[in-house]
Design a protein around this ligand. Structure first.
Ligand code: HEM
Length: 519
């Protein structure tokens, strides 16, 4: 065969094409690095079978509840541990992992426009549609401007809405007197009950059940009972779709679609109800209902539905997770529990002497020890332990390159970055030798005032959590009332594994539950 004939063969053309493309990419990358002042990565985890190995490891660790800790351990294995950034590959695609506060600040604030949420919108769209949590660009700006005022106004009143739900919650604890029970499962029911009331104006009342001799109150909408189950399923399904990234569309089962439909039907019922009110009726509505406040700004039923569901996703599991980790640590640390109890009893009374009217947004904010305990829980167990962004253009991150890791590194347009705040929160450089220990006392040390971007449970920059104050108030109120009502708390099993295994769906919770005794 004439050697020139080979040039018409597909395998030769493909091979030559791949080589030429690689050479072009190599030269282009070098030019970009020179232009942007970037240096080669100090730490490269390597290919691990084109990233198949990393991928398998990540899935295995997720299934066994050690994914979050694995994210931290990987930093201890990198060649230069002083450099808090490394490159790795999944299916041959280079990704960047960072726990460096300067890099995180660049991604979230100083270079905000260089990064976006990537595929979050497509992945979450079937359940959450277009809302603050899923949108980028102008759509996100508009959502944020619309929702932000609600988070300033509601703060004062909302703790009072919690009390009726807590009264039902207490019945479950009393039922379990002397027995070991899972407090986390109850926290998840509590937060969906209170969040649906706050958002839609009516609670799904998932805490009411036969076991405590209660039933759902009569309601005009069917599907209320199914809502919590459907919402839980769909939300966890979104987390699995996120793991698949580009291949997210492979996960789209009938059950997922059915659950989304149930959630939408429920939310739309309340939206319609709000839209049927006249302007005068809306203004005169008593009490704070998030939906009614939003309905004063827009009459679009889909916008209203989507934004409510976005807030529900952002606010419900995060708060339930925080409370679960808190009570887990309080049960393990009787001295901390006693100290917190003392603060609560001194400020708000106990037993028959509980001063309900004293427990407000302002007074809860003044509970210094409570704040320290919450901070310590958010440090060791941030509700969103790792998060992703994607580069919208060729750019750099300030650290991760050169011999000492302090030079900028190149980030190519479309490249994924994972920032692992749970690992930053455990780094000795920022938290000292006892970084791995639960020690609320550290929050009274002056060093913790200088942490800046090394403590970031609520994100930072323009997309900082809108519900931060809301969440802190709710967690403080629930903790106060629980400890007032039940002064005794112990672990169900004194040999409970520590550190605990962690479930990582969209947010983090205890893999094996929060199994305690309370009385
Ligand atoms: C312990 C409780 C909470 C924690 C640790 C937490 C943490 C976070 C984090 C890390 C983000 C950034 C997500 C991202 O950009 O990818 C976020 C966003 C958000 N959070 Fe929270 N959150 C909590 C509770 C709440 C609550 C109770 C609400 C509402 C009632 C809420 C509303 C939001 C909203 C609306 C966003 C989106 C902000 C935006 O993209 O502009 N959060 N939160």
């Amino acid at each position: 065969m004439d050697p020139l004939d080979y040039l018409t063969k597909w395998y030769v053309v493909t091979t030559v094409g791949v080589i030429l493309y690689s050479v072009y990419q190599y030269i282009h990358t070098k030019q970009l690095m020179k232009r942007l002042g970037a240096k080669p990565f100090t730490n490269d985890e390597g290919d691990g079978w084109f990233g198949f190995y990393v991928w398998k490891q990540l899935l295995d660790k997720k299934a066994e509840g050690t994914l979050v800790d694995f994210g931290h351990e990987r930093y201890e294995k990198i060649t230069n541990p002083n450099c808090e950034t490394f490159q790795f590959r999944i299916f041959g695609k280079p990704l960047i992992s960072t726990k460096d506060p300067e890099n995180i600040k660049a991604i979230l604030a100083t270079q905000f426009n260089d990064f976006s949420l990537g595929r979050r919108h497509e992945i979450f769209q079937p359940l959450l549609g277009d809302g603050i949590f899923t949108l980028d660009g102008e759509g996100w700006k508009h959502s944020r401007a619309m929702l932000r005022p609600q988070f300033v106004r509601e703060q004062v009143g909302h703790v009072k809405l919690l009390e009726p739900h807590l009264q039902v919650f207490f019945k479950h604890i009393r039922k379990n007197k002397g027995k070991v029970f899972d407090l986390q499962e109850l926290f998840f029911r509590l937060t969906i009950d209170s969040a649906t009331e706050f958002l839609f104006g009516e609670s799904v009342q998932s805490l009411r059940d036969e076991s405590i001799g209660m039933q759902l109150e009569a309601t005009q909408i069917d599907g209320k009972q199914e809502f919590a189950t459907a919402f839980n399923f769909s939300q966890n399904f979104l987390a699995s779709r996120s793991v698949l990234q580009e291949l997210y569309w492979l996960l789209n089962t009938k059950k997922f679609r059915d659950c989304n439909a149930k959630v939408h039907k429920f939310a739309s019922y309340y939206v319609e109800k709000a839209l049927n009110l006249t302007e005068k009726e809306l203004q005169e509505e008593k009490g704070y209902v998030f939906l009614y406040e939003l309905a004063k700004q827009t009459k679009d039923p889909v916008i209203l539905r989507d934004q409510l569901l976005n807030i529900l996703v952002a606010g419900r599991d995060t708060t339930a997770g925080l409370l679960s980790f808190m009570f887990f640590e309080l049960a393990r640390n009787p001295d901390v529990f006693e100290k917190l109890k003392e603060e609560i009893y001194t400020k708000f009374g106990s037993g028959d002497d509980v001063q309900f009217n004293e427990i407000t947004f302002e007074t809860l904010k003044q509970c210094e020890y409570m704040k320290a305990v919450i901070n310590e829980c958010l440090r060791l167990y941030p509700s969103v332990p790792q998060n992703f962004r994607i580069a919208t253009r060729d750019t750099t991150l300030p650290h991760g390159g050169g011999p000492d890791g302090m030079s900028p590194v190149l980030v190519r347009k479309g490249q994924n970055i994972v920032y692992i705040i749970s690992s930053t929160h455990k780094t000795e450089k920022y938290y000292g030798k006892d970084a791995a220990d639960f020690n609320p006392q550290r929050w009274f040390e002056p060093e913790t005032k200088k942490l800046g971007w090394a403590f970031l449970p609520f994100n930072g920059g323009p997309r900082i959590c809108l519900g931060q104050q809301f969440a802190l108030t709710e967690a403080s109120y629930v903790t106060t009332r629980l400890i007032q009502e039940f002064p005794n708390l112990t672990l169900g099993d004194p040999d409970t594994r520590y550190p605990p295994l962690k479930m990582s769906h969209l947010t983090m919770s205890l893999f094996e539950g929060c199994n305690v005794k309370m009385w």
